[in-house]
Design a protein around this ligand. Structure first.
Ligand SMILES: [Ca+2]
Ligand SMILES: [Ca+2]
Length: 462
């Protein structure tokens, strides 16, 4: 009995120990399960997370933009050269494609890209872009990240993609966050994300492309337009000749808008006037503020940097009036969301800051004489540079700089002294719109074609 009782007590102790162990085990299991669930949720099996941010919110665009950042939550630093990224999409056509690196903390020169065709396409992916890194890209320290990389791609004919059917595109994810539909590989093994179902990536890239190019002179203003050889769209952030417009009003990256009120102004896709090809965008603008109309692109300068260059060809029918009109507008989120506008006054080209109605040049006779009219019934190449960081602007007409449309940081009588009377103007431009807005008199019919946006001067040669 004793022994039994001993055994019994022993058993009891064992049992009670076992119960404790079981409880502990259950707790541990619970903890592990919850940890496991957490780990599964972020898929950080290897402790590596691929973050993505969408840089082009329009579904129809000729320039998809994808931004990436790799987070290293492992206990060791990870060489970037051991990692590859895949971005999965449908290419919507057969022209060859180009990939560009606009910025990478690891250095665009250390990044290479390839377009790889899937052996077994799905409805949302027939191609992936594979990004790999040279050893000079360095390592990601533990609990750190790679810094961002900004990539974009286009077809050789600049025709539109449809991003709506792209596996990796997330239209609403416009800042960095983890995203399981882009994939990351460590030494060739999937380390983050889910590949599109039913597809087996081909083993070797079918189209190797050279290291992605970074636009040169992104932060150094180029004093005079430098003629470019070959395709004038090469190296630019965005290029549109409107030849891919199929409807009667602008679509794709472009949206028609009538800020605050709508009247008789109209915008249409025009196939009777064109600077390039057969198609341009026509604006029928009418006098009176509410008869204004614009077609524009939200986020037009995302990924450009702070030194922005725009080139556009403009044709119109009625000479700029004496009263104030606008044909280019950009929302300045650093100026209580007022527009920075290019247009005319006193029959000559001018810039206007809508928040305080400052003009460039000053509207003195001397100031106006330093600007110029916008000739009618011919295509004119208008180029401008806005340096957001420096608060400066330059403007060119058919390749020649217009002295009166030059804002620097030194007040010049009749040119920019009025503009500079407000210190520290530093625009942050959230969109780009073309159209017509008249603040008094002035009807006009205008055509716009061959729009290019870049971090460097874009040639008028199209
Ligand atoms: Ca697509
Ligand atoms: Ca065209």
């Amino acid at each position: 009995m004793k022994s039994f009782s001993f055994v019994s007590r022993w058993k009891q102790r064992r049992l009670s120990r076992s119960t404790k162990w079981l409880s502990l085990l259950s707790l541990l299991l619970l903890l592990l399960t919850s940890l496991g669930v957490t780990r599964l949720a972020v898929q950080a099996a290897s402790g590596l997370v691929l973050e993505y941010s969408n840089g082009m919110s329009a579904a129809a665009t000729n320039t998809p933009r994808a931004l990436f950042r790799i987070v290293n939550n492992t206990a060791a630093s990870v060489p970037l050269s051991s990692l590859t990224i895949r971005y999965w999409f449908t290419r919507d056509g057969s022209p060859s494609q180009q990939l560009w690196c606009d910025y990478a903390q690891a250095g665009c020169a250390n990044i290479t890209g390839a377009f790889v065709n899937l052996a077994s396409p799905t409805s949302t992916a027939d191609t992936y872009i594979q990004i790999s890194f040279a050893s000079a890209a360095g390592s990601i320290a533990t609990n750190s990240n790679s810094g961002e990389m900004q990539l974009r791609f286009n077809k050789s004919d600049w025709s539109n993609y449809n991003q709506a059917n792209d596996y990796s595109w997330s239209p609403t994810q416009t800042s960095f966050a983890s995203w399981s539909q882009v994939t990351l590989y460590l030494n060739g093994q999937l380390a983050w994300g889910t590949e599109p179902g039913g597809s087996t990536p081909t083993a070797t890239p079918t189209a190797q492309i050279p290291p992605t190019a970074t636009p040169t002179a992104q932060t150094t203003p180029i004093p005079t337009p430098t003629p470019q050889s070959g395709n004038p769209c090469t190296g630019v952030i965005f290029c549109d000749n409107f030849e891919s417009q199929v409807g009667s009003t602008p679509s794709g990256a472009w949206q028609t808008s009538f800020p605050n009120c709508q009247g008789t102004g109209t915008v249409s896709v025009d196939r009777t006037q064109a600077h390039s090809g057969t198609t341009s965008i026509r604006v029928d603008g009418r006098a009176g503020f509410c008869n204004h109309v614009f077609f524009g692109m939200p986020g037009a300068f995302n990924g450009v940097g702070t030194d922005i260059f725009v080139r556009v060809f403009i044709r119109h029918t009625i000479a700029l009036p004496v009263s104030h009109v606008t044909f280019v507008a950009m929302l300045d989120t650093n100026d209580t969301s007022h527009d920075l506008r290019m247009g005319g006054q006193n029959s000559a080209l001018q810039w206007n800051r809508s928040s305080d109605d400052a003009t460039l040049p000053a509207q003195s006779p001397v100031g106006v004489s330093l600007s110029m009219p916008l000739p009618i019934n011919q295509w004119s190449c208008v180029q401008f540079e806005i340096n957001e960081a420096q608060g400066t602007m330059r403007t060119w007409f058919n390749g020649s700089e217009v002295a009166g449309l030059h804002l620097d940081q030194t007040p010049t009588q009749d040119i920019d002294s009025q503009w500079l009377s407000r210190p520290n103007w530093r625009p942050s431009l959230a969109d780009l719109r073309f159209g017509w807005e008249s603040y008094s008199t002035g009807d006009d019919t205008l055509w716009f074609d061959d729009v290019a946006i870049a971090g460097q001067q874009v040639s008028c040669a199209v």
